[in-house]
Design a protein around this ligand. Structure first.
Ligand code: HEM
Length: 480
């Protein structure tokens, strides 16, 4: 079959490789973005490469984004691409283990649980968790590994807000170990091989069962309690949700959704916060600007941060937007082709069985779209990039309402898509922005940051989410 596909005159060009089966695994794995860019220069926006016997077809550029994110369900499937990776971690009956129409309903439930009223209530909680956390940085100055510290902070703040007080109060080593084991079962290796006789696979399955049972207990206790929980967390919202056919979400489904949200939100928000702190440490004038903006909006750095105040802080907003442009946590988004589909304008027909891959990170750093694209420059969002992005995005007619609501632009033709587009678009964006911004705004009230002599760390491409290589040290200096 391989030989036939390689000779198929309609199939996209194939990146040459030395070793059958392994294909381009090493060059792709070492630096996927360099691989995408180099081969885009040779073959254009659509080409195929081999990784561990799988045919991967890159769909790049604004047209590639649009083709990928707006592809018909009859042609490409996220379920076929992700099910074997996600079911052992999330559980059955949710996300990629259900028909797409059910996922759309489940996403509406998740999106509605992140209402403005809930987000408003989360700000003081995130501030409180952050201020408590930084008390461990007792010295006047010192250095910390941002990846580790931010991961802890994101877990604490997400648990306090989204995952329920029971989880927050149990955030001891036991839960930390379960998170760790689930993470180790959610890697590129797990994407490639559903099951291997490895300890990490066994621990993943055990952690799934243990965390599921913790959530099932919480749900049982809440539903049987004579004093209903008043929490603004997601669990309470999901307990009120009903499908269009009148069926309520079962406790098992809710528990699975909670784990899915943990996996979707933890490393994405951590990566964004960690890169933001590194760039702030590299360009300390950004820290001054963030403080000045807070004083302008709130009158002083002692006034409580609020949801409405944070909404009036464009410097902070642009900083996060720029991190997500230059360092999007997800750089490969995958579907499986289930019916031959033509890549627009190329004459190439992508065959059934191929995994197609989008990488908005490529359009987000394209010099034809963004001036000086590899420079971290949040100020660009005040000026040119907004216009340039707007010029290249599609019309509103490109936006399709899948029933879970749209945020910012969902036009798949936009070059700027850190949250994806179309039916699988992220529903966590408002929470992620709020969480990252509140943590950063709180930290700059208490500290200045500097890079250490080691400078800016490179990206670690060995994980599902692109974090800085560790240890990623920054120096903190307590403000008087
Ligand atoms: C989907 C990015 C935070 C929940 C996605 C997708 C991207 C993304 C690129 C599309 C995946 C695809 O098309 O296959 C991000 C980034 C985040 C972030 C960059 C933070 C900076 C969150 C948070 C949550 C969340 C905090 C939950 C609280 C989801 C869900 C989906 C999704 C439920 C839908 C998956 C699907 O429909 O297939 N996210 N995400 N995300 N994200 Fe996020």
């Amino acid at each position: 079959i391989e030989q036939r596909l390689l000779k198929d005159p309609h199939a996209p060009p194939v990146v040459p490789y030395l070793f059958p089966f392994f294909g381009s695994m090493i060059t792709f794995g070492m630096d996927p973005l360099a691989f995408f860019r180099n081969n885009q220069a040779r073959y254009g926006d659509c080409y195929t490469f081999l990784v561990f016997g799988r045919r991967m077809t890159a769909c790049l550029g604004p047209e590639g984004n649009n083709f990928f994110f707006n592809a018909k369900l009859a042609h490409v499937s996220a379920e076929e691409a992700y099910k074997h990776l996600t079911v052992p971690v999330f559980g059955k009956g949710v996300v990629y283990d259900v028909d797409n129409s059910i996922l759309m309903e489940q996403k509406r439930f998740m999106k509605n649980s992140l209402s403005n009223d809930n987000l408003r209530a989360y700000v003081p909680m995130i501030v409180d968790e952050t201020e408590t956390y930084i008390q461990r940085w007792a010295e006047k100055s010192g250095s910390v590994d941002v990846v580790q510290s931010v991961a802890e902070l994101v877990t604490l703040t997400a648990s306090r807000t989204l995952f329920g007080e029971e989880i927050r109060s149990q955030l001891d080593e036991k839960i930390a170990d379960l998170y760790h084991d689930l993470d180790n079962g959610f890697t590129p290796l797990n994407f490639l091989f559903e099951n291997l006789p490895l300890e990490s696979y066994r621990k993943r399955d055990a952690a799934h069962i243990a965390l599921k049972s913790i959530y099932l207990d919480i749900l049982k206790n809440r539903s049987e309690s004579s004093t209903p929980s008043q929490g603004v967390d997601i669990i309470n919202h999901l307990m009120t949700c009903t499908y269009k056919n009148g069926q309520v979400l079962s406790h098992y489904e809710i528990a699975s959704i909670m784990i899915a949200l943990l996996m979707a939100g933890q490393h994405t928000s951590s990566a964004t916060t960690a890169w933001a702190l590194l760039y702030m440490a590299e360009q300390p004038e950004l820290i001054d600007q963030l403080r000045e903006e807070q004083i302008q909006v709130l009158g002083s750095l002692d006034a409580p941060l609020t949801f409405d105040a944070i909404k009036q802080m464009p410097v902070l907003d642009n900083l996060v937007t720029e991190v997500l442009r230059l360092r999007p946590p997800i750089i490969e988004i995958i579907r499986k082709v289930v019916k031959p589909v033509e890549f627009p304008g190329s004459g190439y027909v992508i065959p059934v069985g191929d995994f197609i891959m989008a990488s908005p990170a490529i359009t987000q750093t394209d010099p034809k779209i963004y001036r000086d694209p590899l420079r971290f420059n949040p100020a660009r969002w005040f000026e040119d990039a907004k216009k340039e992005s707007a010029a290249s995005i599609g019309t509103e007619a490109d936006d399709v309402d899948y029933g879970f609501g749209v945020l910012r632009t969902t036009s798949a033709r936009s070059p700027y898509l850190p949250f994806g587009a179309g039916r699988h678009r992220c529903i966590g964006e408002p929470f992620a922005y709020l969480q990252v911004k509140t943590i950063l705004a709180t930290l700059v009230r208490h500290f200045d940051f500097k890079l250490t002599a080691k400078g800016m760390p490179a990206a670690d491409y060995t994980k599902m989410f692109i974090l800085p290589q560790t240890p990623a040290m920054i120096e903190y200096i307590k403000r008087q």
